[in-house]
Ligand binder design. Structure first.
Ligand code: COA
Length: 162
C-alpha cells in the first residue's frame, strides 16, 4: 500500500502559523518538537514531518478503515531530511521525502520494496473513489488498482504501484 502528501510551502505559510500557541502540541510529540526546534530550518521540518504523517495516514486509513485525526499517534522516526519511518499502533511504515524551495513531498509505503515500483500518474487520469479513497481501473486488465493523490496550492501528485 502507498500514500503521498504534498505541501505547497507558500500556501502553508499563508494557511497555518506553525508558531502559534498550541499548534505544535496538537500535531507533534515532544520528541518531534525537539527535532523541529533544533532544526536548521524549523519551518521546513514542520512541513517535512507533517507530510510524512499525512502520507502514512492515507495508508493506515485504507488498511484499517479507521478515520480519525491522530497526528500524535503517527510517531515519526527521523533518519534524515529525506528518509524515515512512522510507527502507528505497533506497525512501521516507510517514508521518502523530497524538499524543494516551493514544496515538500512525501511518499509512504507499507513495505520498503514498494518504493522502486512506484510510478507517477497523470493529472488527467480517470480516478474513482470509494469512501473518499482513490483507485483507478486498469484499462487492460479492468482490475482496480489503488492510487494515492495529493494536491495543495500549485501542486498535484498522483502515484501508483506498477
Ligand atoms: C484525508 C486527508 C489525509 C487528506 O489529506 P489533505 O492533505 O487534506 O489533502 P491531499 O490533497 O493530500 O489528499 C486529498 C486526496 O487524498 C485522497 N484521500 C482522501 N481521504 C483519503 C484517505 N482516507 N485515504 C487515502 N486517500 C485519501 C483523495 O483522493 C483526496 O483527493 P480529493 O480531494 O480530490 O478527493 C486529511 O484531510 C486528513 O483527514 N487527515 C487527518 C489524519 C491525520 O491525523 N493526519 C495527521 C496530520 S499531520
Amino acid at each position: 500500500m502507498i500514500g503521498n502528501d504534498i505541501v505547497d510551502l507558500a500556501l502553508a505559510r499563508k494557511e497555518s502559523d506553525w508558531q502559534r500557541k498550541g499548534f505544535l502540541d496538537k500535531i507533534f510529540t515532544k520528541k518531534e518538537q525537539l527535532q523541529i526546534v533544533t532544526a536548521q530550518n524549523p519551518e521546513t521540518m514542520v512541513w517535512n514531518l507533517w507530510s510524512r504523517k499525512e502520507a502514512v495516514y492515507k495508508i493506515y486509513n485504507r488498511e484499517t478503515g479507521i478515520r480519525a485525526f491522530i497526528p500524535l499517534e503517527l510517531e515519526c522516526f527521523y533518519e534524515s531530511g529525506t528518509l524515515g519511518t512512522i510507527l502507528i499502533k505497533g506497525k512501521t511504515y516507510f517514508t521518502q521525502t523530497k524538499i524543494e524551495n516551493d514544496f515538500i513531498y512525501t511518499i509512504a509505503c507499507a513495505e520498503k520494496e514498494y518504493f522502486k515500483q512506484i510510478k507517477n500518474i497523470d493529472i488527467d487520469t480517470k480516478i474513482n473513489k470509494r469512501n473518499g479513497i482513490p483507485f483507478i481501473i486498469d484499462s487492460n486488465s479492468k482490475i482496480e488498482k489503488p492510487v494515492s493523490i495529493s494536491h495543495h496550492g500549485r501542486f498535484w501528485k498522483g502515484i501508483i504501484i506498477e
